[in-house]
Design a protein around this ligand. Structure first.
Ligand code: ATP
Length: 619
């Protein structure tokens, strides 16, 4: 973003100095909330000091050290430590002193870590107010994913006197984030009194568009009043505000700096209440920020002549700091147990050469493969079908021990054996996972040109009138070979011991158990998302009160069985499973982690599924 703005300014001003020669003063605190990535615009969430042109165009760096918003030193120290993710005992102690209920007033603002909680709070507050509720449904068009991300809501429920916030810039002083109270509600407009600018403004519906810069078309459009309820806000939305009375709910806060930003809104600790705080919710920013602040490369502000420097392209190559790449997750080199041997692997394997083929003569097949039985089985399968005659004719050749078809059968048997050897451990009973891989590889083999050509050669040799029928014959043989191989591999251990092993406590590997934990977390996250959507679709609808209550309870329950990643690492007794869950999560650990008790539930469920499998239904 920073580089783009720099380049646009240069182009607009037709001046090759940085930012087209414009003078800039940038103010910011990188220890607050990190940038929000936007895939559509190629924004990876990097900090602006990681932009190529930052150091050349903004050489002077001044630390502002005087705090004006707050006077209470305990509060100031706590905010600083919370933002940096370095908590002292004093700060934890201070937060414990601000957990008591405060007296609510009209001024009190509730802050939440998630949109879901803020929306619910606003719904509850407006429903509690006296007066008629007026709902405004948005007119939507386009992709649901982008529609969900518009600030203006799909249903806006308002009452006279309710607290609202502008979510767009209407003029120089009517800006995004300005709060006010509703004075009048009509079909076409909403009148709002904005106390800060002391203005009563008539607000009309506005068009919101999410534009795709690549295809140059709108992905989603929404027509709605540019307002949201503002009894409760997300911490993100509260950035920049000063609040005289604030209640902060820390539940689900997981972004570095988030709780610090929330406490940083309070002007004093008297009218500050912090709920659901746990030190484990506080995480650190990337090291790149510390590097930025520690940097000694800070020319004084006495000589600003360097700021007049012309744009020199090589300056853009200067890279003083190792870039922080949010996508650069360190993955372990473990082999992913979910990976299955892809078709390419098999296709690239050399097929058994003809020299390896057993001599034609006495049966070259082991005792568990009886070609006559296989071929008769295939013949029976196609009895009373249009393919019956062709398949019978081919079968006859096998039954007459004809050389060509026996060679073909040997070749196919060797191929199946070859795949079997690469999937099953020698002399050990086949596991379900190995069987799945084996079947996948056989399927891949059936798609190879070599297999196709060998069938064609065979069928042309016998003048099979319908090549397609012949293909059915060949493939059926292959499937029967596959089945017999699986049966053989599964029978290496006696059935009794299979049952015994299945009823024994699980002996799965750490990776296997980690996978169960990860899948469990995924299921919980999906369910939670589903019920959150149900809740949101029932807001402000008096016909859906029970649906709302029901779904709300489910979300609450699902929230209770999830834990933050740091809590999990600190308290889990199944730490062996965490390596896998960590590997499967992205750098922010934003996937849902389940508690140990919930994990045990999923493990038992998995065990029950395994136990319900029997030898007879393996195929
Ligand atoms: N020099 C000053 N003298 C008196 N008051 C000041 C001064 N600078 C800022 N303030 C007051 O301090 C409060 C916070 O200022 P401001 O919003 O600029 O800080 P900020 O660093 O942007 O805060 P944040 O990033 O945490 O939102 C405001 O109420 C502002 O009026």
């Amino acid at each position: 973003m920073f580089d783009t703005i720099e380049s646009i300014c240069r182009n607009v001003k037709k001046n090759n100095a940085f930012f087209g020669g414009l003078q800039l003063i940038l103010a910011g605190d990188f220890y607050q909330l990190p940038p929000v990535p936007d895939q559509l615009y190629g924004e990876t969430g990097k900090f602006c000091f990681q932009s190529k042109s930052f150091y050349s165009s903004v050489p002077h760096h001044v630390d502002l050290k005087t705090v004006f918003r707050q006077e209470d030193n305990n509060l100031i120290q706590s905010i600083n430590e919370l933002e940096k993710g370095e908590l002292s005992d004093d700060t934890v102690q201070f937060i414990n002193t601000v957990t008591k209920d405060i007296d609510h007033s009209e001024e009190t603002v509730f802050l939440f870590a998630t949109n879901y909680k803020a929306k619910l709070h606003n719904h509850d507050q407006v429903m509690k107010m006296e007066g008629d509720l007026k709902t405004y449904k948005s007119r939507d068009e386009g992709d649901a994913y982008y529609l969900n991300r518009f600030q203006a809501p799909p249903i806006l429920g308002l009452k006279i006197s309710c607290k609202v916030m502008l979510v767009t810039n209407l003029s120089d002083n009517l800006v995004n984030g300005l709060t006010g109270r509703v004075k009048e509600l009509t079909e076409d407009h909403v009148k709002v009194h904005f106390e800060m600018v002391d203005q009563i403004v008539t607000i009309e519906r506005k068009l919101f568009v999410k534009f795709d810069p690549v295809s140059r078309r709108a992905l989603a459009k929404r027509v709605q009043f540019p307002l949201i309820l503002a009894f409760g806000l997300t911490i993100h939305k509260s950035q920049g505000m000063s609040l005289k009375s604030v209640i902060i709910d820390c539940e689900d806060a997981k972004i570095p700096g988030q709780i610090g930003v929330a406490l940083g809104r309070a002007t004093s600790s008297e009218q500050l209440q912090v709920k659901n705080f746990k030190p484990s919710l506080v995480s650190k920013h990337p090291q790149a920020i510390k590097n930025f602040y520690d940097c000694s490369f800070k020319p004084s502000c006495d000589d600003l002549s360097c700021c007049k420097a012309e744009f020199i392209s090589r300056d853009l190559e200067v890279d003083l700091f190792a870039p922080f790449d949010i996508d650069n997750v360190e993955l372990t080199e473990d082999e992913d147990p979910d990976d299955i041997t892809g078709p390419e692997n098999f296709v690239n394997e050399d097929e058994p050469s003809s020299e390896e083929l057993p001599e034609f003569g006495p049966s070259p097949f082991p005792e568990y493969i009886n070609m006559n039985t296989i071929v008769l089985g295939v013949r029976n399968e196609y009895a009373n079908t249009p393919f019956e005659n062709n398949i019978s004719a081919l079968s006859d050749n096998v039954l007459q021990n004809d050389k060509k078809i026996n060679e073909w059968l040997c070749q196919q048997f060797l191929s199946v054996k070859h795949v079997s050897e690469s999937n099953f451990e020698d002399g050990e009973k086949a596991q379900q996972k190995q069987i799945t891989r084996f079947c996948t590889d056989i399927n891949s083999y059936l798609k190879t040109t070599k297999y196709f050509e060998s069938c064609k050669d065979l069928l042309l040799h016998y003048n099979a009138s319908e090549l397609q029928d012949g293909q059915f014959f060949c493939t059926s043989i292959l499937f029967k070979l596959q089945y017999l191989e699986i049966e053989h591999k599964s029978s290496l251990v006696k059935f009794d011991s299979v049952i015994e092993e299945r009823t024994k406590p699980s002996k799965k590997s750490d990776v296997g158990r980690g996978n169960i934990r990860h899948i469990g977390g995924y299921c919980v996250a999906k369910l939670k998302y589903k019920y959150q959507k149900k809740v949101q679709s029932a807001l402000y609808d008096t016909n859906k009160v029970s649906q709302l209550e029901n779904a709300r309870k489910k979300v609450l329950f699902l929230s209770h069985i999830t834990v933050s990643y740091s809590d999990l690492t600190a308290s889990s007794t199944s730490t062996d499973t965490l390596k896998t869950t960590h590997r499967k999560q992205n750098i922010r650990q934003s996937l849902t982690n389940i508690s140990d008790v919930t994990f045990e539930f999923f493990e038992k469920m998995n065990e029950a599924i395994r136990n319900s499998e029997t030898f007879s239904n393996l195929h």
